[in-house]
Design a protein. Sequence first.
Length: 484
Amino acid sequence: MSFDLVLFGGTGDLAWRKLLPALFQAFRHGTLPAGGRIIAIARDDHSDEQYRSLIRSRFEEVDLAKRPSAEEFERFAGLLHYLRLDASKPEDFERLARTVKERNADVAVVYLAVGPALFAPVCEQLAAHGLNTANTRIVLEKPLGHDLESNRAINETVRGAFGENQIFRIDHYLGKPSVQNLFALRFGNALFEPLWRRDTIASIEITIAEDLGVEKRGAFYDTTGALRDMVQNHALQLLCAIAMEPPINAHADAIRDEKLKVLRSLKAWTPPDLQQHVVRGQYAAGTIDGEHVPGYRDERGVDPQSTTETFVALRAEIASWRWAGVPFYIRTGKRLAGRDAHIVVNFRQTPHAIFNTPAGAANRLMISLQPRDGLQLHLLAQGQENRRNGHTLSPVHLDLDFDRRFGSERVGAYERLLLDVIDGRLNLFVRSDEQEEAWRWVEPILEWWANDENGPRPYAAGTWGPSASSAMIARDGYCWSEEL
Ligand code: BG6
């Protein structure tokens, strides 16, 4: 199958850090269809050769195991082409249209790895130049707007040029092998389904912690913040994956219908909820891996008076028969104690105790997303130390390490998603109504913050965020997994 991948933002960060390395991995593993051409688009002047050598030098920064040898790069570079294009010039789109139509590949993928301000003008020009044929797929990178209104406006313009089944909205968390394993755990095994409900589950925790700061993206991040950057999309998609009903089949719309139902059932915020169940934080200077790191307000591109949050913790509830009353705690932040993303399902304690157990001990299922991909099932058992007292139980766990079991060289998120776009599989992409529902739910938080003069609570870099986050969850009698 021949394909053209037209990559807007071809010289940008995302292209060389994620997309081209992912395409190279697919090329190396022989999963990228053979008749491919990648047309990188940007405003600078480059010949094909100059672009290839630019990418070759960028690839030097890729992890050694994923870096091409000279011979591999030569072969991969054969796919790479460059086209200068200024999005404000219709004549430049004319040149692009000629290039694409001349070859008339089976599939044309247009990937918009550019700021959302360009989505509408680019889509309009693509349509005006006949680049929205039935075999064209358009890929949109987040952020898709900064609130419900701007998100709707983008979706409307894009839908003016492309059908919904041609639009691939990326949430790269859905491409992670660990998230696919979560679907497999829930819908490929009968074991947990009967337990997956309010009668047996006491609470659920979703943590996406990063130890990195805002790096070179200070100016962008300062107008975004953790709620828009991580909660509205990645964290809520994880919540959907953990809370959705079993879909009727594995087709994209069956899955997306169920995710949408979860988002629609999220309990609406009231002012007391917002006050008690949402914590925002901002990192101050601190220590990460023994090194001093600056506070957020001292990062390049960040306003020294900024009130942008780099941390959010919140408690959500899903109003449904399955989940009513079960708290879902979501937490994400930058410059936290480590890079660690996991979901913890806390089961209820036994209804009647005949053994002595450590205080608060109960079964737990820990789904680790990164850096390690695995499952841990925490049980209570009689340990060797209790020789004289058989009535005392100790916590033990069954540990399944998917990296060790399947090899850590598994298909990465972007590699998976790019191949899915080329093959036209929409399962792991987000539908517009899901996005809108997620915006609708987070907007009251944004409005609340805009009028709350207290601003975010400071936390030292290298910690687990402001103490108010622990206090929030402790009020319900729970604690975050690392505090157990
Ligand atoms: C991106 C956010 O969507 O996800 C970044 O914009 C964040 O701020 C990144 O660092 C985290 O992705 P991952 O795959 O490294 O957990």
